[in-house]
Write a protein that binds this ligand. Sequence first.
Ligand code: NDP
Length: 288
Amino acid sequence: MVSDINLDSSLSNYAVFGNPINHSKSPQIHSLFAEQKGITLNYQAIEVPVDSFKDYVNSFVEQKGKGLNITVPFKGDAFSLCDILSDRADISGSVNTIWFDKDKNIYGDTTDGKGLINDLIINNEIDLNNKSILILGAGGSVRAILEPLCAQKPKQIVIANRTVSRAVQLAKIFSNHGNIQACSYADLSEKLYGQRSFDVIINGTSLSLNGRLPTIPKSTIGNTTCCYDLMYSDKETIFMKWASEQGAFKVLDGLGMLVEQAAEAFNIWHGVMPDTAPVIKQLRNVPV
Ligand code: NDP
């Protein structure tokens, strides 16, 4: 048994597994949802050593834990460990929400993509239908958002990535879901896209974490472009600042996506959808 996992057997126990995990907002978000819905639970953030994911999940199950959220760097490990996957987890190769049945079968789903879509469409009224979308990056989170983005029937999705082969691979995997192309950052300013702007640009790289920008031309942003950084922080991210300076119509960070993906997980576990708007406001320190 793993000594870091000490669940309270008198409560329903949930946790988020990640590494690092100390800045996770998930315990606060799930506690606020639970309070809103009159549900009593214990939700912990647990730092899992990078080589011990399976042992930690097993220990959590042995102690009758009810559900897990999974974050960096374990979404792929969670995908491999699950016995039963939702269709959307299957195609995304990623799992961020886990639960169990009485025979200890492990179920996995990914709610990241739905979280992004809810934040864009419901919270921020960004229409994706027949729109051109530029995605920067081709990592795990981009793979998780592609299918739900395609379901909104955009005119076109262009994936640009430093390692072009990864963008090409994603475009291939999702080729039956929509009109998806892959390219390098340089291609955006040169041969492929000339001077045209996109309706929506999603930064799915981890560059903002290090205060760096993807090297894309200004011409990709017009005065009707919405720019969305999947990253969030207490301040405007460097990508948001740059996009505003280029005249973007709207700039958003990923905090709304974080709360929305948590709400979808909460609904899977508890069968009730929480109200996300007051929780987003509370996390942004805006009076509710
Ligand atoms: P991955 O590590 O899977 O992917 C990272 C991406 O960033 C890759 O496309 C990688 O390109 C690119 N990248 C990294 N360094 C550089 C660099 N120096 N120059 C150019 N490109 C670079 O990360 P995730 O997909 O898991 O996460 C991406 C972002 O999304 C993170 O900021 C994360 O915090 C955020 N996120 C937010 C969520 C939310 O709820 N708001 C949920 C999930 C993620 P390459 O392929 O060439 O290496």
